[in-house]
Design a protein around this ligand. Structure first.
Ligand code: GLN
Length: 197
């Protein structure tokens, strides 16, 4: 496999452009993915931040829900940020009733968990596996991980709450590294995609 993997950014809704740029800076070929045919062409997928209820609805409308679930189930690498973390959760708290998720990480995620106290904030977060000191965590109406199954690794906590996890080839963060100039987490994901290929 080439050392430049092709990584898609789910482009139904959310901050797609920032992820495309961060992935390109981190050494991947990055492109937006909207349709099942486009999903079939990528080695890995980022699910951006945005609004998970809208993303879930649009995934159904665009016929992407089952292809996305199959992608995750096949063990293809996926990285979800914020709303994307919500999308890869097995279960949700404070979700809309008909909100769909893809699964991928055996965890319960609480939507808008930090939001009720503080709509949006930044904090230094130490992330396991990311060398060079803490990353700048940008939290925007961010979820946290309320509980995890035995095969999930916690990579970061903030204020006593889990904010970054990995299970197999699925990575998720409550915060938005694509909004900072620091692309170490994207580089970590690009390496995950290389290793999986
Ligand atoms: N609160 C949003 C949701 O539930 C996520 C916010 C974000 O992605 N910045 O989808």
């Amino acid at each position: 496999m080439s050392t430049t993997p092709t990584i898609g950014v789910l482009a139904l809704q959310g901050d797609v452009r920032e992820h495309v740029k961060a992935l390109a800076d981190a050494g991947a070929q990055a492109r937006p993915v909207r349709r099942p045919e486009e999903l079939a062409e990528v080695d890995g997928l980022v699910i951006p931040g945005g609004e998970s209820t809208t993303m879930s609805k649009l995934a159904v409308v665009f016929g992407m829900l089952e292809p996305l679930r199959a992608f995750v189930k096949a063990g293809r690498p996926v990285y979800g940020t914020c709303a994307g973390m919500i999308m890869v959760a097995g279960k949700l708290l404070d979700a809309r009733e008909d909100q769909e998720t893809l699964g991928g990480v055996d965890m319960i995620v609480r939507r808008n968990a930090f939001g009720r106290q503080n709509e949006s904030f930044e904090a230094a977060v130490e992330v396991a596996g990311i060398p060079g000191g803490p990353v700048e965590g940008v939290f925007i109406r961010a979820p946290w991980v309320e509980s995890i199954g035995a095969s999930v690794d916690v990579l970061a906590t903030y204020g006593g709450h889990t904010v970054a996890v990995r299970q197999g080839n699925v990575l998720a963060t409550s915060f938005h590294p694509e909004l900072t100039g620091d692309h170490r987490i994207h580089a970590f994901f690009v390496d995950m995609v290389r290793a999986a290929a």
